[in-house]
Design a protein around this ligand. Structure first.
Ligand SMILES: [Fe+2]
Length: 241
């Protein structure tokens, strides 16, 4: 699986706390089938990340991972909490796009209005970038209005892997898990992401999600959300809709 959402860069946000934890997270993800991971530290208007620092740490992590004999490719990125002027910071390079492409990972406050989500998609598209909505299952505005309209406006959808590992009554009653499964069955998602943070809290959960996708989705679509669409990010080409 190609994981487009992770907090594996240490000491930069609420993710990994040191380089050892970064390596452990990556090792765990790879043992479950991760082949490629984009590092997406949180970017907030009031506490911006420094792209130079992200790249330096990512280089250190690549070296440590290689020394540990872990076979994986790592890429740079950010996860931006949406604000109107974010497109200016994309243009200056203060905010990192996904693997240097025109794709940008964006999140919202959980209760953000649907109109703001649509405005975001419009703004980002009009500025020449491709918005990828992070863990789309979390936003009330999308759960209430569905994904079809924002996709038609040019958004791409990332859903979380962890809820697909939930079992029993809890999973049946959980609205986010149902939303994820329905969106996947309706082919309304483009990517899966672990959003891994730390080894203790929010560790990577891939294996069960990959298994679920392979069991419940046709093989062509499963391949798109697990690998092929993310390859379009690396090539910086539009994903077929
Ligand atoms: Fe995240």
């Amino acid at each position: 699986m190609f994981d487009i959402h992770s907090h594996i860069i240490y000491h930069i946000d609420d993710g990994s706390r040191d380089i050892e934890e970064s390596v452990k997270l990556i090792e765990d993800a790879v043992s479950q089938g991760a082949t490629d991971i984009i590092a997406t530290p949180h970017y907030y208007i009031e506490s911006p990340t420094d792209p130079v620092r992200i790249r330096e740490k990512l280089s250190e992590i690549r070296a440590a991972v290689m020394a540990a004999g872990i076979d994986v490719r790592l890429y740079e990125g950010n996860e931006v909490l949406y604000f109107d002027s974010m497109t200016e910071r994309l243009k200056t390079g203060e905010i990192l796009t996904l693997a240097g492409s025109r794709y940008v990972l964006i999140e919202f406050y959980p209760l953000e209005s649907y109109s703001t989500i649509r405005k975001c998609v419009r703004n980002v598209r009009n500025s020449g970038y491709r918005p990828v909505i992070a863990h789309a299952e979390r936003f009330k505005g999308l759960r209430e209005n569905g994904l079809r309209e924002v996709i038609s406006m040019g958004a791409y959808i990332q859903l979380s892997t962890e809820p697909l590992s939930r079992r029993g009554l809890g999973a049946i009653l959980d609205g986010e898990t149902k939303f994820i499964k329905d969106a996947l069955k309706n082919r309304e998602a483009h990517f899966l992401g672990t959003d891994m943070h730390r080894t203790g809290t929010r560790p990577p959960v891939l294996k069960d999600a990959v298994r679920w996708a392979e069991k419940h989705l046709d093989s062509g679509y499963a391949s798109q959300i697990l690998y092929d669409n993310a390859e379009c990010i690396l090539k910086d080409i539009e994903i077929e809709r």
